[in-house]
Design a protein around this ligand. Structure first.
Ligand SMILES: [Zn+2]
Length: 335
């Protein structure tokens, strides 16, 4: 029996306490841990990816066995010996941190686009006993709707991270006033409040979910059924890691476990393979970026403030934090 204790999410004072996993499913059948599969693909963005290297890692140490509940059968790969971990580490270590291949005519690093990426956490009335952190992270639904109305009335169009990435890699045209709305941690209120209001205004959002928070069944978080429904309605479901840890100074094995599992789960449940990542608490190091790139993740968002983005900094795109106290005037000034 293994015990997984969840880390707190983005200053969230009320994460799930602890969840105990056993190797036996509720139906009583023995569950075979899924292997973690790392696909090393070419870094060419937005084009069909040709895998250049396929390896299989068998999780052995620290974290619990890779426990990807997959209603859809995943492709199987030929297992490789464990000492291939070393060669994987070598491959990832040799990969350039900014390795996206530009399209013809693109001048790497010079093309920029100003697209505000708003960062929300809770969109719900904060509980009566909420501390200052929870209050800061909570946008009341009425305020959220006023913000959507403001954006709509002032000509802003919600786009996705895929649209922004395509601006650089495919020279895709963006609307005159593009904006991206992101929601961290996969709280249940995303389904109860944010999702219906986005639909009401004909807008879309990107939801960064923590897969083991969902697996836990904790009612404070989304369920996979909700995730499926939101995805089918046009919302983007992307990864915010498996357990929301500090990802700095970790082994490749740990990072692969945190990064590959959620990608496989989201793919299996939604039928859409995620390609973007949100660093837990905004923390990362070069090893995290290398493993993300090896997992065919195209871009990642931080908690750094800013709205100017390029292909060069796709793994560290900045955002604009939306607080419980953010006024429409403050929002307007930040756009
Ligand atoms: Zn978070």
């Amino acid at each position: 029996m293994l015990t997984a204790v969840f880390a707190t999410g983005c200053g969230n004072p009320a994460p799930p306490t602890s969840v105990t996993y056993s190797a036996t499913t509720s139906s009583g059948s023995t569950e075979t841990p899924q292997p973690i599969v790392a696909v090393f693909a070419s870094a060419t963005p937005a084009t069909p990816i040709t895998p250049t290297r396929i390896e299989m890692l068998t999780a052995t140490s620290a974290p619990a066995p890779a426990r990807t509940s997959s209603p859809v059968p995943l492709p199987t790969f030929t297992p490789m010996p464990m000492d291939d971990l070393a060669s994987i580490a070598t491959v990832t270590a040799s990969m350039p941190v900014t390795g996206a291949t530009p399209q013809p005519g693109h001048i790497m690093g010079l093309e920029q686009a100003r697209v505000p990426i708003l960062m929300y956490h809770y969109v719900s009335p904060p509980p009566v006993d909420a501390d200052k952190y929870r209050l800061d992270l909570s946008v009341k639904p009425a305020d959220f709707e006023k913000q959507l109305a403001y954006l709509s009335e002032n000509g802003y169009s919600t786009i996705s991270l895929y649209d922004l990435y395509g601006r650089f890699t495919l020279s895709a045209t963006l609307p005159a006033k593009p904006i991206i709305l992101t929601f961290d941690d996969g709280y249940r209120d995303a389904y109860d409040y944010a999702f219906p209001l986005l639909k009401k205004y004909g807008m879309s959002g990107t939801f960064f979910i923590v897969s083991d928070f969902i697996n836990s069944g904790n009612p404070a978080y989304l369920s996979w059924d909700m995730v499926k429904e939101m995805s089918a309605a046009g919302m983007d479901i992307e990864s915010h890691s498996r357990t929301h840890p500090d990802m700095r100074n970790r082994s490749v094995d740990f990072l692969v476990w945190q990064i590959l599992g959620p990608i496989e789960s989201i793919t299996a449940y939604t039928g859409k393979r995620p390609h973007f990542f949100c660093y837990p608490s905004g923390e990362y190091d070069d090893a995290v970026i290398r493993v993300l790139k090896s997992a065919d993740v195209w871009g990642a968002v931080t908690t750094q403030y800013g709205a100017l983005h390029s292909l060069d900094d796709a793994m560290t795109w900045s955002r604009i934090r939306m607080r419980g106290t953010t006024t429409l005037q403050q929002l307007a000034a930040m756009l």
